[in-house]
Write a protein that binds this ligand. Sequence first.
Ligand SMILES: C[S@@+](CC[C@H](N)C(=O)[O-])C[C@H]1O[C@@H](n2cnc3c(N)ncnc32)[C@H](O)[C@@H]1O
Length: 250
Amino acid sequence: MVDRRAAGLPLEYVLGWAGFCGLRIAMDPGVFIPRRRTEFLVRQAAALARETASPAHQAASPADQAASPAHQAAALARPPAVVVDLCCGSGAVGAALLAALDRVELYAVDIDPAAVRCARRNVAATGGQAYEGDLYEPLPAALRGRVDVLVANAPYVPTQAIGLLPPEARVHEPRVALDGGADGLDVLRRVAAAAPLWLAPGGHVLVETGRRQAPQTVETVSRAGLIPQVASSEELSATVVIGTRPVLPS
Ligand SMILES: C[S@@+](CC[C@H](N)C(=O)[O-])C[C@H]1O[C@@H](n2cnc3c(N)ncnc32)[C@H](O)[C@@H]1O
C-alpha cells in the first residue's frame, strides 16, 4: 500500500474508502473522490430537505417536537423527502443525505458505469437507488414535479484549468468527472435548464460551483425561472448556488 501511495495513487484508492460527512464511502479506482468542501453542499441540502418535507415541523421548537406525540405522529404520516443526486460519482452526497435525514427517497444518477457501480454499494444498503445515464434521462418519469431537493456536484473545472489540478485528480480521476467545458458551466447549465420540470413547487436545486463562477451560475439558475441564492463557507472554501421553484398562487 505504501508503494502504491508513493507511486502517486490517491490515498482513497489505496485504502478503498474515503471519509465524507463522518461516513466511510467505498471507493473504486477511477471514480471521483469526494472532496471535503462538498460536505457544505450536503449540509445545505439536508437543511432544505428537512424544511421542504415538513413545513409544520419547522414551526415547533426542537424540544416541542421531541416531547409531543402529536408531532411524532405527524412526522411519521408525512411522505418522505424526494431527493435526487445528479452526477453522483461514488454516491457520497446521496449516502450522506440518507444518513442525515429521517425519511428520504433517494435517486442517484451518473453517466459513468464505474461510478454507478460504486454508488450502488454506497446507497443501496440504506434504501437509495442508483441509475446510469445522462443527467435526468434515466430517472423514473413519475418523479417529474415531485423532487423536493435536487443536488448536483457536476464537473465544473474549465477545460483550460484541468492541467493545473494536482496529479491525484489530473492523472487518476476521469476527465468526465472534472471537465465542465470552456467556462466550466456546460453541465451546470443543463442541470439548471431542466430542473423546473422535475422540482416540486417550492423544491430546490443545489449546485456546487467555484467562487468566481458564482455570478454566472446564479444567472443560469435565474434564466431557468428559479429564484437564486448563494451560500458559501470560508472554512471549506465552498460555494453553492441554490435555485428554488416558485410556488405560484392557485
Ligand atoms: C465532480 S464529480 C462529483 C461526484 C460526486 N457528486 C461527489 O461529489 O463526490 C462529477 C460526476 O459527474 C458525472 N457526470 C459528468 N457528466 C455527467 C452527465 N452528463 N450525466 C450524469 N453524470 C455526469 C461524472 O461521471 C462524475 O462522477
